[in-house]
Design a protein around this ligand. Structure first.
Ligand SMILES: [Zn+2]
Length: 379
């Protein structure tokens, strides 16, 4: 058996910052899992620069335990670290490294459990799912979701081990990230009465979004999010060339962070209706070929636990009295739920450590997680 710390040390030594490759890290996990008797499938991205991994052992037709996590980490650039972020450093019961808590700590526990699975839980099946590009938009999970639906029996229990302090998270918001590109007229500022200014129309779009935002914030919601409302935020605007020139082009980037009950499809349909039936006819009045285009930059589904979740029941039974929560941030859980898995987010360490300089996880948190998973696995 390879112990959790040794595995964590190896995992953290791979610099799997999202814009880099994770292939070496995946290869290490493949070797570990293959020698533990797992059937391992590597699913590379289109460019072959990164890969997801799926591993399974035990009887394949029965509902199983699925442990899922991402291999990528956020950058360390611009952060003040007091130790090498890619070398696991122990101090006062804490383990410091980039990814220690988010979320290679959980992966190390899962891999360590896998190494003893064949002898300890011979008649039960375990799936491991490791992904790329979670931090930049859950693109790896999006790719693997359809495949998982085919290879994992429905109603299998799936634990996404993001750092929740082992508190079950039963819902989170989704993110729809969009770019709007408005194209209007060129010309001298003096001729604006007969032209179509892209900034002016883009700002009408901003007004529309603010109105929508007010609509969502007025809706009542009874849940435990930090912000229990869907929100809209314009994060970037870029347009025009000079004060005395009509702005031909303006770009906006904005996000709709939505509760599971506020559909991103409905939001998008209404946005398109506003643009085509209200904004565009006025834009083309002065400039026939004026246009407005919407591109989807990211669309991570919101997540909500399935009704009568067996996964939640089992976790509550094992964890004892524990606070159940909702998250404002996103995870890959929505994609696993879409794949038909009974999914909960629950993992070791605190989210407050994630993405920070001197990121750490307490060794104790890994032990507790290990005990829980072992218990789930064997009973
Ligand atoms: Zn994470």
């Amino acid at each position: 058996m390879q112990d959790t710390l040794t595995i964590l040390e190896r995992l953290c030594a791979f610099d799997t910052t999202s814009h880099k490759t994770n292939l070496e890290c995946i290869e290490y996990c493949r070797q570990l899992l293959s020698s533990a008797g797992f059937d391992v499938t590597i699913l590379p991205n289109a460019e072959g620069s990164k890969a997801n991994l799926h591993a399974v052992t035990g009887p394949k037709e029965r509902p199983a335990l699925v442990l899922a996590g991402h291999t990528d980490v956020v950058p360390v650039g611009g952060q003040q670290w007091t130790s090498d972020p890619f070398k696991l450093t122990q101090k006062d019961g804490k383990l410091f490294a980039r990814g220690a808590v988010d979320m290679k700590g959980f992966l190390a526990v899962a891999l360590s459990l896998a190494t003893t699975w064949a002898t300890e839980a011979r008649d039960r099946s375990l799936h491991l799912v490791l992904t790329y590009d979670e931090e930049t938009g859950c693109f790896g999970a999006r790719e693997i979701s359809g495949y998982l639906r085919k290879v994992i029996p429905a109603n299998s229990i799936c634990i996404v081990g993001e750092p929740t302090d082992m508190r079950p998270i039963v819902a989170h918001k989704g993110i729809l990230g969009l770019r709007a590109t408005v194209e209007g007229s060129e010309g001298h500022a003096a001729t604006i009465a007969t032209k179509s200014n892209a900034i002016h129309f883009a700002s009408e779009l901003v007004q529309y979004l603010l109105g929508k935002s007010q609509y969502y914030s007025a809706m009542s919601s009874k849940n435990t999010y930090a912000t229990p409302k869907s929100t809209i935020q314009v994060g970037l605007i870029h347009g025009g060339q000079a004060r005395n020139m009509i702005a031909k082009r303006c770009e906006l980037e904005f996000e709709f962070r939505h509760l599971p009950e506020d559909s991103s499809d409905v939001f998008l349909t209404e946005l398109n209706a506003f643009m085509t039936s209200d904004l565009l006819p006025r834009m083309t009045g002065n400039q026939e070929d004026a246009s407005i285009q919407i591109e989807t930059l990211s669309n991570v589904p919101a997540f909500r636990v399935t009704e009568n979740s067996e996964c939640l029941r089992v976790l509550k039974e094992r964890l004892g009295p524990v606070e159940i929560g909702c998250w404002d941030g996103v995870t890959e859980a929505g994609y696993y739920a879409d794949a038909g898995l009974d999914t909960i987010i629950c993992g070791p360490g605190s989210i407050s450590q994630a993405h920070q300089p001197n990121e750490y996880i307490a060794a104790r948190a890994l032990e507790d997680c290990s005990k829980l998973l072992r218990c789930l696995a064997l009973h």
